[in-house]
Design a protein around this ligand. Structure first.
Ligand SMILES: Cc1ncc(COP(=O)(O)O)c(C=O)c1O
Length: 477
């Protein structure tokens, strides 16, 4: 037999992604930040590095993430609210796997698929009895775009009313009803005839509707950017005013829906609310396949698709795709089977009341607010304490909105809890834990918050050094 010398050994054959995808991917480990800096969004990479969030996550399960060194993190961001069921939920995975082995005829298009029909049936059954129709989209913003078009078509009107600080997505139509100029500036002309009113202000709503040219009022029951909740009675009265002035009420439940606030949908906390249109997305995906839905009164879709010729006058190539429908169906069933609504209600009430109590001892805390497991902590200039006020003022002359990082960064660095501020130029940190979280997870978070808030009162101290450094670097960037 001829002997092979070491120098003649054939070079190791790199694994093929088809035969060994995990092995193939492993060869590229550690390249993610470089790849993104070169090919995706270098500013985002710089920001992550600046706040120490440039981790290499290697595994995820339920409400937890693990990095490549095996450290465990609790995820209170859940992909901006996508992972309500936690990550890699075994029942959702199992249904997707089973579907993959069924070789189903997906997206034939010139047919009606059973799966999307079943999702529509299930979704409408948990929304409201008068909302029996569904239009499927691929994302939240697409659901809002569709809702805007449907409202305009149904009413024959153009104008839209929305709230200050509202967030409904970032494509042109949804951006037109965004309540922050930061997102709008530099992107050219948006939809005409939009009116911004203060959140929770019924007099302003009535005034905005009075010209009887408004197609719809769009509102989040809990604002994603502020964690402000609609006041008791607000949605009922808004609905009455919309009906009186011939406008539709669109409730954007893209973040607050699917059990997040301790009801299937947040508007259901107020039993007399019957929106005309409800927008859904994020958690409906089960964290696997992007999906969105517009759930509405039948007459609305009947006016849009009002003839055979117009039966596809609004559509999207990937709308109703089977993978998204399986993920959505699985999610709807898991929420029911595992009593996710009840868990979000109980844990949410507990977390908010305990956090509010903890906040009482920190003069920077203005308020803890939200609904269920969608809640936030809002900071303000302390009313007392010369040193505290001076530190706040100094930081705010450098940068408004960086204070929150004094909580977010140590939560990550010291306690391995992933959180983030609710938006740009805000002092609100929003918490969106997985709805499968346990009381132990919440207690761990509360203990960490207690420590981190106590550190904000140590001046001088490392927490302040960190944010001053960050504020200065942000100024230079
Ligand atoms: C209330 C609300 N509406 C709409 C959207 C837009 O959804 P998407 O990012 O899927 O386009 C979001 C996203 O955060 C949201 O929170």
């Amino acid at each position: 037999m001829t002997q092979i010398h070491a120098t003649e050994m054939p070079a190791a054959v790199p694994p093929s992604p088809f035969d060994d995808f995990a092995g193939w991917l492993a060869q590229h480990e550690g390249r993610e930040y470089g790849l993104h800096a070169d090919h995706v969004n270098n500013s985002f990479v710089k920001m992550l590095k600046a706040i120490g969030f440039d981790k290499h996550y290697a595994r995820a399960e339920a409400g937890y993430l693990w990095d490549d060194a095996g450290n465990k993190y609790i995820d209170f961001l859940t992909g901006w609210g996508v992972f309500a069921l936690g990550r890699n939920h075994p029942k959702v995975k199992s249904m997707i796997r089973q579907y993959m082995d069924m070789d189903q005829p997906n997206l034939v298009r010139m047919n009606c698929s059973l799966l999307s029909g079943l999702v529509a049936e299930k979704l409408t059954s948990v929304t409201h009895e008068s909302l029996s129709r569904v239009f499927f989209t691929n994302s939240g913003t697409e659901a809002v775009e569709a809702a805007i078009k449907f409202a305009r078509c149904n009413t024959g009107r153009n104008a839209l009313v929305y709230c200050d600080h509202a967030f409904h997505g970032l494509t042109n139509g949804s951006l037109s009803v965004n309540g922050a100029n930061f997102f709008k500036e530099r992107f050219g002309n948006l939809l005409p005839d939009t009116r911004c009113i203060p959140f929770n202000d019924l007099a302003a709503l009535e005034q905005a509707l009075a010209k009887r040219d408004v197609a719809a009022f769009i509102v989040e029951p809990v604002q994603g950017k502020t964690c402000e909740v609609v006041a008791d009675g607000y949605l009922e009265e808004a609905q009455r005013l919309c009906r009186k002035h011939g406008a539709l009420l669109i409730v954007d439940e893209i973040q607050s829906g699917m059990a997040r606030t301790g009801k299937w949908f947040c508007f259901q906390h107020w039993p007399n609310v019957e929106p005309d249109i409800v927008c859904v997305s994020k958690a409906l995906s089960g964290g696997f396949v992007p999906v969105g839905a517009v759930v509405c009164r039948p007459k609305i879709l009947e006016t849009v698709f009002n003839s055979l010729e117009r039966c596809v006058v609004h559509s999207s190539t990937f709308g109703q795709n089977d993978m998204a429908m399986v993920a959505a169906l699985a999610t709807l069933h898991v929420i029911e089977d595992e009593k996710i609504v009840e868990n979000a209600a109980t844990l949410g009430a507990y977390a908010q009341s305990r956090l509010a109590k903890i906040g009482e001892s920190c003069p920077f805390v203005k308020e803890v607010r939200g609904k269920g497991l969608m809640f936030g902590i809002d900071f303000h200039r302390p009313k007392e304490g010369l040193k505290l006020k001076a530190a706040w003022d100094m930081l705010h002359t450098l940068n408004f909105g960086v204070f929150g990082q004094m909580v977010v960064i140590p939560l990550m660095e010291k306690h391995r809890i992933l959180t983030q501020v609710a938006g740009y130029h805000t002092e609100v940190i929003k918490f969106l834990p997985a709805l499968v979280s346990t009381r132990d997870d919440i207690d761990y978070f509360l203990k960490a918050m207690e420590e981190v808030l106590a550190d904000t009162m140590r001046i001088p101290g490392t927490a302040w050094d960190t944010v001053f450094g960050l504020a200065k670097r942000t100024l230079k960037a």
